[in-house]
Write a protein that binds this ligand. Structure first.
Ligand code: BG6
Length: 467
C-alpha cells in the first residue's frame, strides 16, 4: 500500500544531529522516492526564517550526504523546507504545520521528530498537545530516553498523557544499521552458528565502538550526558540484546521486543568495580566544558547476563571519544581446543582464540578468523580468515543509512527496529548502581585506546582492537 504524504516536524532542526544525519537522510528519502511526498517544518530555539533554514538544510546535505548532490536536487529539496522558531509558541507552530498539511492534501499525516536532549522532550510533547498536533501523527523520540530510571518512567508517563503507545517510536539508530539487522539474519536464517551460540562454545564477547571523533561542537549536550548515557545504555546495550537474545517467534515488533526485554531482565545490575570511566586529556579545556568536569568521555565495562545461555560469559563493552581509531565491532571469541597436539612454537593460540567478528559499519561485514597451516615445511600455524564485505558487492548502493531506514519504518508504522518503554526502563535499572556510585574518571591520551585500567578489566583476555 502506498504511504500517505507526510509533514515531518523536526524539533532541534538546527542541531548537530539534524545537520549531520536527519536532513541528509530526509534528502535521500525524498530524492530516491522511497518516502512519500513530504514537507519538512523545522523548529528549534534559534530565531531564523525559512530562508535561513533552507540555507542550513542545503548546506548540511552538500556537506554530509553521501549521495549525489546537484544544484537541481538542492533546489528541489530546499523547496520542501520551512521554519518556525520554537519560541514563537504553540499557535505559530500549529499554523506553520497546518499550512504544509494543506499543501499535501487530506490524506497527509505528521511525523514529529524530537531531536532534542532528554530534558527538553517533555516541553516539546506538551507543545504538540497544545498546538493540537497529536491526532494523525507519530512521534520519534531521540535517545537517551531520560537520564535515569525515574526520569524515563516520568517521560513515558507524560507521553502517554497525549500519545498512544502505537504512535511512539523510541529510536536507537544502531538498530537501523544494515549490519545490526544482519546479526538477526546471520543468527536466525542459518543453521550453522545457532547451535554453538552459547556458553558451551563461546568464551567471551566484545562490543567495541571506539571513536576518533571528539565533541564536534556538542560540548553542551555532552557535558550533561557523557559516554555512558550517550552510547552504552542506548546503542551498545541494544546491540548486546541482538547478539544475546533467544530466537523470536516471528520477525515482528512484539516477539522481538519481548526477547530483547528478557535479555535486559537477565542482565545483572552493573557493578561499578567492573567499569572504567575515562576522560581524554584536554577535555576540560574544550569550550563549554567545566574546568572541574567529571563527565566521562570513555567507558569500558563488563556486563553479565544471568541466564542459561550466557551464565559465565562476560560481555566486554567499550566506547569513547578521541581514541586511536573509529571502529564498531562485535567480536565473539570461541573456546580454545581442550588440548593441543601442536608443538610449542607452532603458533597455535598465539593470536588469541578463533573469532567471529561483525563490523557494524553501514555496509555489513563479517569475518571468521581461525588457525590454519602456514605453507611450507613443518607445521607452523597462522591466523587465517573467511570474510564477506557488502562493500565489495553490487548491492552496496542499496544500503540505507540507519536514520533513513528508521524514519521510513516510522512512516510505515513499523516498530520492529525501535526500542520499548519496558526495555529502556529496565536498562536504567541495570545502570543504577553505576550512576549512583560512579568510579572516578581516569585521564587518557587522545589517540590512545583509553586508560590503562582497561587491561585489568578484561584480563586474562585481551581487547581485539587495534587489529
Ligand atoms: C550518537 C552519539 O548517538 O552516535 C554520538 O550521540 C556518536 O556521540 C554516534 O558519535 C555514533 O554513531 P555512528 O552511526 O556514527 O556510529
Amino acid at each position: 500500500r502506498e504511504l500517505p504524504p507526510h509533514v515531518v516536524v523536526l524539533f532541534g532542526a538546527t542541531g548537530d544531529l539534524a545537520r549531520r544525519k536527519l536532513l541528509p537522510g530526509l534528502f535521500h528519502l525524498f530524492m530516491s522516492k522511497l518516502a512519500p511526498p513530504m514537507r519538512i517544518v523545522g523548529t528549534s530555539l534559534d530565531d531564523m526564517d525559512s530562508e535561513g533554514f533552507r540555507e542550513i538544510g542545503v548546506k548540511a546535505c552538500s556537506e554530509f550526504s553521501s549521495r549525489v548532490f546537484t544544484p537541481e536536487a538542492a533546489a528541489e529539496f530546499g523547496a520542501t523546507l520551512t521554519y518556525v522558531p520554537q519560541g514563537h509558541g504553540a499557535e505559530a507552530l500549529a499554523a506553520a504545520v497546518r499550512e504544509q498539511l494543506d499543501v499535501l492534501g487530506r490524506e497527509a499525516r505528521m511525523l514529529h521528530y524530537l531531536s532534542v536532549p532528554p530534558k527538553a522532550a517533555m516541553a516539546v510533547l506538551e507543545m504538540l498537545h497544545e498546538a493540537n498536533l497529536v491526532k494523525r501523527s507519530r512521534v520519534i523520540m531521540e535517545k537517551p530516553f531520560g537520564t535515569d530510571h525515574d526520569s524515563a518512567v516520568a517521560l513515558n508517563a507524560s507521553i502517554h498523557q497525549w500519545f498512544k503507545e502505537e504512535q511512539i517510536f523510541r529510536i536507537d539508530h544502531f538498530l537501523g544499521k544494515e549490519s545490526a539487522q544482519n546479526i538477526l539474519a546471520f543468527r536466525f536464517a542459518n543453521g550453522l552458528f545457532e547451535p554453538i551460540w552459547n556458553r558451551n562454545f563461546i568464551d567471551y564477547i566484545q562490543i567495541d565502538v571506539p571513536e576518533k571523533l571528539s565533541l564536534e561542537g556538542r560540548s553542551h549536550f555532552y557535558e550533561s550526558t557523557g559516554a555512558f548515557r550517550d552510547m552504552v545504555v542506548t546503542h551498545l546495550f541494544q546491540i548486546l540484546a541482538f547478539v544475546a537474545m533467544e530466537p523470536p517467534t516471528a520477525l515482528a515488533p512484539g516477539p522481538i521486543g519481548e526477547e530483547k526485554n528478557k535479555v535486559f531482565r537477565s542482565m545483572r545490575p552493573l557493578d561499578p568495580h567492573n567499569v572504567v570511566r575515562g576522560q581524554y586529556a584536554g577535555y576540560r579545556d574544550e569550550p563549554g566544558v567545566a574546568p572541574e568536569s567529571e563527565t566521562e568521555t570513555f567507558v569500558a565495562l563488563k556486563a553479565e547476563i544471568d541466564n542459561w545461555r550466557w551464565a559465565g560469559v562476560p560481555f566486554y563493552l567499550r566506547t569513547g571519544k578521541s581514541l586511536g581509531e573509529g571502529q564498531r565491532i562485535i567480536s565473539i571469541a570461541f573456546h580454545e581446543p581442550p588440548k593441543s597436539m601442536f608443538p610449542d612454537g607452532s603458533g597455535v593460540g598465539q593470536h588469541g582464540p578463533d573469532h567471529l567478528t561483525f563490523d557494524l559499519a553501514d555496509a555489513f561485514k563479517v569475518s571468521l578468523s581461525f588457525y590454519g597451516k602456514k605453507p611450507g615445511p613443518g607445521m607452523k600455524l597462522d591466523k587465517l580468515s573467511l570474510q564477506f564485505a557488502m562493500q565489495d558487492t553490487d548491492s552496496v548502493g542499496m544500503v540505507l543509512e540507519a536514520y533513513e531506514r528508521l524514519i521510513l519504518d516510522a512512516m510505515k508504522n513499523d516498530h520492529t527496529l525501535f526500542t520499548t518503554a519496558e526495555g529502556i526502563e529496565r536498562l536504567w535499572e541495570v545502570s543504577a548502581p553505576l550512576l549512583e556510585n560512579p568510579p572516578p574518571v581516569r585521564s587518557y591520551d587522545q589517540g590512545s585506546w583509553g586508560p590503562n585500567a582497561i587491561h585489568q578489566l578484561i584480563a586474562p583476555h585481551a581487547w581485539r582492537l587495534p587489529f
